[in-house]
Design a binder for this molecule. Sequence first.
Ligand code: ADP
Ligand code: GLC
Length: 489
Amino acid sequence: MKILFVSPEGLPFSKTGGLADVVEALPRSLAAMGHQVVVLLPRYRGNQAARTIISSLSVPLGQKLRFPAIVEAGTFEGVRYCFVDDPQYFDREKLYGDQIGDYSDNPQRFGELSRAAIEFAKQVWMPDVIHCHDWQSALVPVYLRTLYAQDPVMSQVPVVFTVHNLGYPGIFPRTALVLTGLPEDLFHVEMLEYYGKVNFLKGGLIFADYVTTVSRKYAQEIQTPEYGCGLEGVIRSRGDRLVGILNGVDYTAWNPETDANIAATYSSKVMDGKRLCKKDLLAAFQLPSDNMERPLIGIVSRFVDQKGFDLIAEVATELMKEDLALVALGNGEAKYEKLFKELAKKYPKRVGVKVAYDNVIAHKIEAGADMFLMPSRYEPCGLNQIYSLRYGTVPVVRATGGLDDTVEAFDARTGKGTGFKFTEYEGAALMKCVRDALAAFRDLAQWRAIQANGMAKDFSWKASAGEYVKLYEKAKQGRVQRVAASSNV
Ligand code: ADP
Ligand code: GLC
């Protein structure tokens, strides 16, 4: 099949979170299966282009016309990468916003990406299916089924829309419709209107042929008021078109047997290297080596509400009464940066923090920590806990979304299970879970068994990529039938 990915970020070019990992690994996996894949991204600052495909593409955005170029970066690992190149929109310091807040022209920026993607399909490379991701490319299905509805070719192209995080819907004032050139009648509660504003993600949910999200559990959760962000009704109405497909991970980048970023490699058979990694990690955070015998908890995260940091704040004093050490890497909201900085100040011998985005340190934490803490309020999939499993770093997680689907609670009676989970979003539940993990850590044989169970798990992309292909085919079939039915009328 010919598959066109449209995404606001993707490695090896741009990343703010797990979406970028997925947009790197899934296309590679599809290419390895023999499919042709093009990934279309915005050309952000520093992204190198190899050649120009279209020097000036006319993109109507409301009353205005913009003229981005379409450039090609090259083919890597079998995947062809192209950029929408509009320096005024994308050559900026950050992807979506700066210290002051989100960029105010985000509707136009990502309206342009979405519309350029459709023109790319028409003029450069006609795919069998378009696969777009999150609110920034949610207008692809909206444009296709409104402005391009009568286009004999484009009306046959199916679109799969993946929600990586419902918590980021892309909500804008009503004027966003005009600014993106969308018909005014979309401002309707059955369409993109959302409490007097315009919700881009809602458009993707309504107009895509299929909607996917990144774990089965999250696909169920977002149909409920607790997790649905006010869109649960719309999501339920698309229930027969909603599929949860668990993300895989890229074991070529995240594997303790080959990882070049860590102090020593190791495997589940020979674990000695993990102790060296712990030593190296403590040194990287300037923590004393007497922590070698203490359980070391690691955190790598965006510091945002989603990840459960208010819960950590609530139990911080109680947590530090336990005989443990903690290292945290992340950046984001000032209140959480402050939380960890203050903890490190209060417990300088046992708590280390780095307020940064640092891939090498992220690898060092995955390898050197004993446990990985991820008490998320919600988690569509989550990748770090899956990396942790492979590194023998036992996940301690809240049983939500992908965390629940990927971590199996350890049962001392059967010896089965890969980590520790709690359900209620409460400090007491988190503390009980951490204490259970600490108790298990004290029993070395038991701990080794939990580590080995996790390290044996396989969350590579192969199975999930296969599920996407089946869905692409179904979407294509459905569109052919739909077009045939409408031409018979
Ligand atoms: P999300 O996409 O919600 O942030 P995921 O667990 O899916 O959560 O993906 C997070 C990705 O970003 C992982 O690859 C993780 O290693 C990386 N990451 C997050 N914060 C940092 C950081 N401060 N430094 C380095 N890598 C980070
Ligand atoms: C989002 C989610 C995360 C998921 C990632 C990739 O950022 O927060 O849970 O793993 O997307 O799908």
